[in-house]
Design a protein around this ligand. Sequence first.
Ligand SMILES: NC(=O)c1ccc[n+]([C@@H]2O[C@H](COP(=O)([O-])OP(=O)(O)OC[C@H]3O[C@@H](n4cnc5c(N)ncnc54)[C@H](OP(=O)(O)O)[C@@H]3O)[C@@H](O)[C@H]2O)c1
Length: 337
Amino acid sequence: MSATTNVFITGATGYIGGAVLELLLEHPTSSSSQFTALVRSPEKAQKLEAIGVHAVVGSNSDLDKLEQLASESDVIFACADADDEPATKAILAGLKNHYKSTGTAPILIHTSGTGVLTDKAAGKYAYDTIYDDTDVEQLETLPDTQLHRNVDLLVIEADKQGYARTHIVLPSTIYALATGKLVQLGIQNPKSRQIPYLIRIGLKRGQGAILGEGKNRWPNVHIDDIASLYIVLYEAILAGKAGHGREGLYFGENGEHLLYDVSKAVAEALYELGKGRSPEPTMVTEEELKVDPRTIYLGTNSRCRASRARALGWKPKYTTKDLLASIKPEVEAILKE
Ligand SMILES: NC(=O)c1ccc[n+]([C@@H]2O[C@H](COP(=O)([O-])OP(=O)(O)OC[C@H]3O[C@@H](n4cnc5c(N)ncnc54)[C@H](OP(=O)(O)O)[C@@H]3O)[C@@H](O)[C@H]2O)c1
């Protein structure tokens, strides 16, 4: 690597990417790093430039641009889209060019998700298998057809071929409103995905929803804790201590919730705020599922342990209790939209 480390980040305006970029900007390595972000919004690009991030306007569909930016990078944080196979291929092609021209394998930290562990429970049961990210053989039993897995396998293969050192962060249900500097500057999306989605369904039907009986389980992690996981991992990579390739999958969780408890907390918050008919969630109907088939995802299981990041010294602070407490403020924030 040259004296300046070229760090490229995708999804910098997003919930995860913004939180990660904020910590990177505050990190001791920032004085010797040049940060570049690929962003779709010219207004946000200007705001990023103002805080010292070189912002290129473009999208993940601009594959040539993506490949070029990747080829100029020593380190990439890919935080935009876990399922964008063409974009990932362009990033990997760029990293290969980088390797060919410098002889040094660049670093990729790709964002996937514990959606890779999901089943078809439809809220009827919790499965017993708990995936541990230090158990490589167990992870390799995951069918290639699982969500995110097509992209994850490309990333792992790049490491096997030796032209990049790859690491995959698999966040679980990330929760809580992001509140940092990039949110205040109007750069970063402050809201997560799963719980806001459940809240929006509830607001639309005037009643908190539940998929099946809500007996399924998911792991969870606070936005600040998942952002710190990327930093702990980055520091370990720089120190040569982090597993990579097939030994480089890092779950992000600090506890598990029963989907019933989350649905119940949403229903209660909606009820208390005059937006729900009852504090008890009601089942999503077949008709509702036909209108929005994605809702079935709320009935899946995903169970894991983040052993690998903990072994690197990651110490998440927030627990499932904090997740449940985050729901009412999240409903209030969505009502203000
Ligand atoms: N939030 C969670 O709980 C969670 C958990 C596990 C995994 N994940 C995965 O992590 C990824 C990021 O999630 P997030 O919660 O941070 O989502 P988000 O807040 O919607 O952020 C996505 C970011 O990627 C950018 N982006 C998306 N598609 C793009 C494209 N085609 N070209 C350029 N930029 C693009 C967005 O830019 P704009 O600002 O222009 O939209 C934004 O910066 C997703 O794949 C998600 O499935 C999320």
